[in-house]
Every structure is written in structure tokens, then in C-alpha cells.
Design a protein around this ligand. Structure first.
Ligand code: PLP
Length: 420
């Protein structure tokens, strides 16, 4: 990859980790749909199990199709190693558990993706692990929440659906000053907008279900290890064996050896294959998603039925400046929220849409709508919903790559249907 390393992002999304010469000339990686791999001798299989050979053994451990996607995503995020998994939640669970033991703590932004929020607050609590939830844009609060039991700091590049954007570089500096790594869920920004490892983060996680695959056809996740964190002996006593084995990739080895292969969070190779087809157009799609989202935000703002619009691309948005800096002027993502009069108006609006799909997903090339309060967050108590800024008047849009005039036209006719 050294030679290809100089290519631009638009080229890398297509050509990174391509090796048709190894695939009998095929330009798409073959789908290795096999549970196990044949070994020529008993000695050979023994050496593979002992880690002395890198041959594939069994799909739950590794798979050649998955390996190519791992290499591609590693290049795109500027990481040192990557592991794809069966879902974004599998990636988050495995990455966090590799760092946590009973009695440990970690510091995390409070505007988390719904399942991440439940995992951190409800599930981890059962194992005596404490998540300290703070405003991710308040670096002082993050620093104050770190103590001797803290094992890592966790952020999302763009809070969903709150649309808050932390200063990753500053938080990375603070985390490192206290001897802990920074993990970033970069799902909403993608490496097209933001490369957290370059800003100082140590681990990047994605739900590849969203923009990376881009077509609503798969569920998948990835953990990418920057390989730069110093797993100091004082705090990370349990890392010694992994450092000995894999050096700079000790963390990823721990994720793989302790959790991924034993929890069985394997990605089906067909999902990796479909994700790679989607990846080819990631840069193009992100250009269009971000362009369309800004146009839609501006359009909605002009509509009298719309009470508020929350999109970081709007100049008066509280996180506009940091987003501009962190995303290098390439845009502000494809997700936005806006408010109507009340829940009844939201339902009427959604039910009148003709082009836009009402479903639970984001990052699809089709424009998607959801009323989070009554769907994803229906089981949350009122105070949790309030903390997450999930209000009954809120609609979330994931803007697709259709003609923006058609998206606005559909939104417009559904707004027209509301009582004046
Ligand atoms: C969707 C999503 C996840 C979870 O990913 P799945 O692939 O659905 O398991 C995690 N984080 C963010 C920010 C997401 O949008």
C-alpha cells in the first residue's frame, strides 16, 4: 500500500487493498463462503492455532473476504489494524469490553446513539462498570470526570440526533494527559469528513450499516486501532500478554482474542462484499449527502410550519465553527433534525410524505425520516429522553442523494398538508 498511500480519498475508497492478481483477475474480492479452511498437514494447523502462521482457520476467527474490507477501512481511517464485526453494536461492545473489568469506569459523551446509551447505562451497570456521562462538548467536564478507575474516554463525532460536535483533538489531549485512550464512534461523519485518528484519537469504531455501505442492505461494524496508544503498565496491567504478542496492535489483539472470537460476533462475508461495493462510491455519496442536507436545512428554515432546524451546517448553529474545522470544510454530514408544532403534526407530516421513507436507519442513499420520540426512544423514561434532547415535536431526516429539488418538494407538500 505504500505506493498507493499517496492517492487521494476518492481514489483510495476504490483502490485501497485491491489485489486482483491474487483473485484470478477478479476486480471484486471473491466471497469466501466457507466455515473452515483446509490445512495440508497437522503441523500446519497446529502452527496456525499457535499464531505462528497467519493462515485462516475458521470463519468465526477470520475470513479472507472480511480481511480485505478490514484492510480497506484501515487505509481510509489511517489506522494500523482493523476488525470487522456483525454489527456496529458488536464493534462497540467488543471494543469497550476489551478495556473494562468489573469495578472500572469510563467517561462518555451523553448524547449517544440509542443502543450505545442503553449498553453503557443499563447493561454495563450489571457488571459493576460505571459510565460517567458528560456533555461531550464540555472538555472541562470530561477532564473532571476522569479518575484513577477510568479506562477510556468515548465520543461520537456527531451526536445523533442532538447534532452536538465535540473537539476531538482537545479531548484526545486531555485523555492522554491522564493516561487513557480516546475511542470515537465516527459513523455519522465517516472518514470522508473526519479522521479521528489524525486528530489524536486512538480507536475508531463504525456502524458500517450506515454511510460506509450506503444502501441499507447490510448490518455491520468495524473497530480500527490507530496503534499509537501507550498501554502503560500502571493502568493497563491486563495488556502485558497482548503487548508481548502483537506490540502496537495489542488492543486489537485483545478485542479479537478475548471478545470477538468468543462472543461469535462474526461478519458474514457477503456483508463485507456488499459493504465494499458500497464503499466504492462513499466519497461521491458523502459529497451529495452533505450538499443536499445543507440545502434541505435552508429550505426547512424558510417554511413557516417549521419551528426550529438543527443542522451544524447552518452558520448560527452552536457547533458550526468546530464542525468546519474538524471536517476540513468538506460539509456537515447528512443528518438533521427539525421541529413541528407537536407530535400530532409530526405524524401527519410523515404520513403525507410520498418519496421519503419512514424507517429506522440512516446513511442510506435514499432519504429517510423518523419520529425518534415515539419509535427508537419509546421505552425511555421522560427524564432520559429530555437529557438526550428527544422531544415529541422532533423529526429526524437522513438526507439521501436524490435530486435535492425532489426532496424539498416532498417535504414541502407534506408541510402543506398541516393545518394552518
Ligand atoms: C447505527 C449506529 C450504531 C449501531 O450500529 P448497528 O450496525 O445498527 O449495530 C452505532 N453508532 C451509531 C452512531 C449509529 O448510528
Amino acid at each position: 500500500m505504500t505506493e498507493k498511500g499517496s492517492y487521494g480519498f476518492h481514489t483510495q475508497v476504490i483502490h485501497a487493498a485491491q489485489s486482483p492478481e491474487d483473485w484470478q483477475g477478479a476486480t471484486l474480492v471473491p466471497i469466501f463462503q466457507t466455515a473452515s479452511h483446509l490445512h495440508p498437514t497437522a503441523e500446519n494447523l497446529g502452527q496456525a492455532f499457535a499464531g505462528k502462521r497467519t493462515d485462516h482457520i475458521y470463519m468465526r476467527l477470520t475470513n479472507p473476504t472480511n480481511r480485505i474490507l478490514e484492510e480497506k477501512l484501515c487505509v481510509l481511517e489511517g489506522g494500523r489494524g482493523a476488525l470487522v464485526m456483525s454489527s456496529g453494536m458488536a464493534a462497540i461492545t467488543n471494543a469497550c469490553l476489551a478495556l473494562l473489568r468489573a469495578g472500572d469506569e469510563f467517561v462518555t459523551g451523553n448524547s449517544l446513539f440509542m443502543s450505545t446509551y442503553l449498553l453503557f447505562t443499563d447493561i454495563f451497570k450489571k457488571f459493576d462498570i460505571i459510565a460517567r456521562l458528560v456533555d461531550p462538548t464540555d472538555t472541562k467536564a470530561i477532564e473532571e470526570a476522569i479518575n484513577s478507575k477510568t479506562r477510556f474516554v468515548y465520543l461520537e463525532t456527531i451526536g445523533n440526533p442532538k447534532m452536538d460536535i465535540p473537539d476531538i483533538a482537545r479531548v484526545a489531549t486531555i485523555a492522554h494527559q491522564h493516561g487513557v485512550p480516546l475511542l470515537v464512534d465516527n459513523t455519522l461523519a465517516t472518514p470522508y469528513l473526519c479522521r479521528p485518528l489524525e486528530l489524536g484519537a486512538d480507536v475508531v469504531i463504525h456502524s458500517t450499516t450506515k454511510y460506509l455501505s450506503g444502501h441499507g442492505d447490510v448490518v455491520g461494524g468495524v473497530v480500527i486501532d490507530g496503534g499509537s496508544f501507550d498501554w502503560n503498565k500502571e493502568r493497563f496491567t491486563d495488556f502485558e500478554a497482548f503487548i508481548e504478542r502483537k506490540g502496537r496492535l495489542a488492543f486489537l489483539d485483545k478485542v479479537w482474542r478475548e471478545h470477538h472470537i468468543n462472543f461469535g460476533t462474526t461478519q458474514a462475508p457477503i456483508h463485507s462484499y456488499l459493504t465494499m461495493i458500497g464503499l466504492d462510491t462513499l466519497a461521491l455519496r458523502m459529497e451529495r449527502h452533505t450538499f443536499n442536507a445543507l440545502e434541505v436545512a435552508r429550505y426547512l428554515r424558510e417554511r413557516p410550519e417549521v419551528v426550529w432546524v438543527n443542522y451544524p451546517g447552518l452558520e448560527d448553529h452552536p457547533f458550526h465553527t468546530i464542525a468546519k474545522k474538524e471536517f476540513g470544510g468538506k460539509g456537515f454530514g447528512g443528518v438533521l433534525t427539525f421541529g413541528l408544532k407537536d407530535q400530532e403534526a409530526c405524524f401527519r407530516f410523515i404520513n403525507n410524505l410520498k418519496l421519503i421513507y419512514n424507517l429506522a436507519n440512516l446513511g442510506d442513499c435514499k432519504t429517510l425520516v423518523i419520529h425518534p420520540y415515539s419509535s427508537q426512544y419509546v421505552s425511555f423514561d421522560e427524564s432520559s429522553r429530555e437529557k438526550l434532547s428527544i422531544t415529541p415535536d422532533m423529526i429526524r431526516l437522513s438526507i439521501g442523494i436524490e435530486a435535492v429539488e425532489d426532496i424539498c418538494k416532498d417535504l414541502g407538500q407534506a408541510l402543506d398538508s398541516l393545518p394552518k
